[in-house]
Design a protein around this ligand. Structure first.
Ligand SMILES: C[S@@+](CC[C@H](N)C(=O)[O-])C[C@H]1O[C@@H](n2cnc3c(N)ncnc32)[C@H](O)[C@@H]1O
Length: 265
């Protein structure tokens, strides 16, 4: 039985959040060379186009957890908007500034998503791409996203699909029973894993069910208006022993919310 899966190398698990902000400074160089500037096919052909497409044209957009700024640059270039990239990692932001382009309207701020240094109702759109899994207080980050959005604004949340990519989930090739299937782990259990994603690179990921994202936003009048679960492209499944089957299991889940403040008579 083999089980290749994103979470195959988990080194530890538990409910409490581990320290994480430091590790992004420590691994900024690894992130830059492995996942940005065209190095990662999934970002190039799937993730960045998805964010650009879902956001459409907006005046001011905040990128919560912007990292090295690759998504911010694409959004600013494609949609002609002003982007404010926010990230707590000094070295991620240093790499973003290294790629600064005078033709793009991007400003970077060093801050956590749980405490955005932006005025209430000041932005038309916000997005958070593959970040919230690394954040201990997801509720605080979601509350801040809702706070800074103007009425009618858009919030795009992109996560690794919690149903299929959580701890204990993955492709199973059972050669004794001659079955291939996708095993789903304990979906409702919120937990932290520390994954060795590359030799000498360990990152903390939290698993939360979808309701932990959708409901706190609904309580703040952010209504889910679109859900995107892209089928992984064949090109990304070159190492799979059953790409046809794996193309039926989404890796990503992108949720687009609209800020629709309730009006009381
Ligand atoms: C996987 S990277 C994604 C970067 C970028 N969004 C992208 O898709 O290229 C995760 C980023 O989340 C940032 N991060 C970690 N904790 C955060 C927090 N509390 N608030 C905002 N960003 C955070 C890290 O510094 C890192 O840059």
């Amino acid at each position: 039985m083999t089980e290749p899966g994103r979470r195959e190398a988990a080194k530890g698990a538990g409910a409490g959040p581990p320290p994480f902000a430091e590790s992004w400074d420590e691994h900024a160089e690894w992130w830059r060379t492995t996942f940005t500037r065209g190095a990662d096919r999934e970002y190039e052909i799937e993730i960045i186009p998805l964010v650009v497409r879902e956001l459409g044209g907006h005046g001011v957009v905040v990128d919560i957890g912007c990292g090295e700024g690759q998504v911010a640059r694409a959004v600013a270039a494609a949609n002609g908007c002003r982007v404010v990239g926010v990230d707590p990692s000094h070295l991620q932001l240093a790499n973003a500034l290294e790629k600064a382009d005078p033709d793009l309207a991007i400003t970077y701020l060093r801050a956590e998503g749980e405490r955005l240094p932006l005025a209430t109702g000041s932005v038309e759109a916000a997005f958070c791409c593959l970040v919230i899994e690394h954040v201990a207080d997801a509720d605080a980050l979601l509350a801040e996203a809702a706070r800074v959005l103007a009425p009618g604004g858009t919030f795009l949340l992109v996560v690794n699909h919690p149903v299929f990519q959580g701890p204990g989930s993955g492709f199973v090739d059972d050669q004794i029973l001659d079955e291939r299937y996708w095993r789903v782990g304990p979906y409702l259990v919120e937990q932290w894993d520390v994954e060795e994603v590359d030799p000498d690179v360990s990152l903390a990921f939290s698993h939360r069910p979808l309701s932990r994202y959708v409901n706190p936003l609904a309580e703040r009048d952010l209504v889910l208006v679109h859900l995107e679960e892209p089928s992984p492209r064949m090109e990304l499944l070159a190492d799979s022993i059953d790409p046809e089957f794996e193309s039926t299991i989404p890796r990503l889940c992108a949720m687009r919310f609209e800020h629709r403040p309730r009006v009381f008579p």
